[in-house]
Design a protein around this ligand. Structure first.
Ligand SMILES: NC(=O)c1ccc[n+]([C@@H]2O[C@H](COP(=O)([O-])OP(=O)(O)OC[C@H]3O[C@@H](n4cnc5c(N)ncnc54)[C@H](OP(=O)(O)O)[C@@H]3O)[C@@H](O)[C@H]2O)c1
Length: 342
């Protein structure tokens, strides 16, 4: 077997869990446009520019986490191009500044390291000091599961970065969100939220140093963190029902970005080789975020899950609309962060 064939075969094998988490259409979870909601007319190959065409976002303030790479960078570029002021966060100020400088329009770089609660508090203070209402708050930054379980601040790493750090940031910025005439909180979740979480949805006893008897599987832990994104959105939507604030979560598609970093060389190679053939590009992969954050059809729509720039219903056995679990998650997070929530 040629080296290239071997690599392609290995890549395809390695990519299987990634595909079942992020791409493909498994029969047990049928995804359809949700009746009673607008059919946007957009689809999997629509781009962020397509879904925002003709929009004038001048006067709007957006905060997006993880602005220096992949979906975050393209979302920032397009929203700024449409006239919004985008506050873009990066793990260092240098990264955020370089990303902000790389796009046209009004942007403000801010440092945010989601594994570090002090950094999150500093970021919130910096944003507060700008004294601006936040019309769109986009929780985008994220990592895939790591090969071995890593724990930071007593919590599994993907759960901390993808969800818990955002929980603290959003809670700290709610006064700025509430101050907007009409505000949208958008959570970049994943289809892994329903295809790959643990059977119980979230196993709170698996999150710390102990694993509660749960064997570590990086994709299940990724799915658990992405389900947490969706449940956080559901809970915020309930809390803000009937107000000027909406909250929705989404699957961006299977997108060729840097998301496979940390998954080991085989999967990273798989992503490099197969990515261009089977994934959305970042222009397409940012469409659902931009649609949820900025499209007029989404006015007043809250507590929903989106895919391919449409509100969708997801069939099958999953926890996306499990309000009891969303309540439990909120209480668990508040208990963990009492010291920081103040
Ligand atoms: N790509 C896909 O197929 C796919 C599918 C479903 C869902 N998603 C979700 O889409 C979102 C965006 O990911 P992407 O695909 O655009 O991947 P990406 O290119 O790797 O971008 C991830 C962003 O998150 C930032 N980030 C990572 N760890 C962080 C931390 N500890 N603190 C603060 N920021 C951190 C990264 O900063 P650095 O560059 O400095 O590390 C980067 O800006 C993620 O939430 C991901 O779970 C992606």
């Amino acid at each position: 077997m040629q080296r290239r064939q071997f690599l392609t075969l290995s890549a395809a094998t390695a990519a299987t869990p990634l595909l079942s988490s992020c791409g493909g259409e498994p029969e047990e979870f049928p995804v359809n446009k949700k009746p009673g909601f607008p059919d946007s007319g957009f689809g999997a190959d629509s781009t962020a520019e397509d879904v925002t065409e003709g929009l004038d976002l001048s006067g709007k303030n957006v905060l997006i986490t993880g602005c220096n790479s992949g979906i975050g960078l393209e979302t920032m570029r397009v929203l700024a191009m449409r006239g919004a002021h985008v506050i873009g966060t990066g793990r260092t100020l240098a990264k955020a500044s370089a990303a902000c400088d790389s796009v046209a329009g009004k942007t403000t770089p801010v440092e945010l390291e989601l594994t570090d609660f002090e950094s999150i508090l500093n970021c919130a203070e910096t944003v507060k000091a700008l004294d601006l209402p936040l019309d769109m708050l986009i929780c985008n930054a994220g990592i895939s599961g790591r090969l071995d379980k890593q724990v930071v601040n007593g919590v599994e790493l993907a759960f901390q970065v993808n969800y818990l750090g955002h929980f603290l940031l959003v809670n700290k910025l709610l006064p700025q969100v509430e101050a907007a005439k009409s505000a949208r909180i958008v959570h970049v979740s994943s289809r892994a939220a329903y295809t790959r979480p643990l059977a119980a949805g979230i196993r709170f006893d698996s999150l710390g140093e102990g694993n509660g008897g749960v064997e570590y599987d990086s994709w299940e832990y990724y799915g658990q963190s992405k389900l947490a994104n969706a449940l956080f959105s559901l809970k915020l939507a309930s809390k803000y029902a009937g107000t000027n604030v909406t909250s929705n979560s989404l699957h961006p598609g299977f997108v060729k970005t840097n998301i496979a970093r940390g998954q080991g060389w085989l999967l990273e190679t798989a992503f490099d080789i197969l990515g261009p053939l089977i994934t959305k590009n970042v222009e397409e992969g940012s469409a659902t975020t931009c649609y949820a954050a900025a499209h007029p059809e989404m006015n007043g729509i809250s507590g929903q899950f989106l895919s391919d720039a449409n509100v969708v219903s997801v069939g099958g056995d999953h926890h996306l609309e499990n309000h009891a679990l969303a309540d439990e998650l909120w209480d668990y997070s508040e208990r963990l962060l009492t010291k920081y929530l103040g």
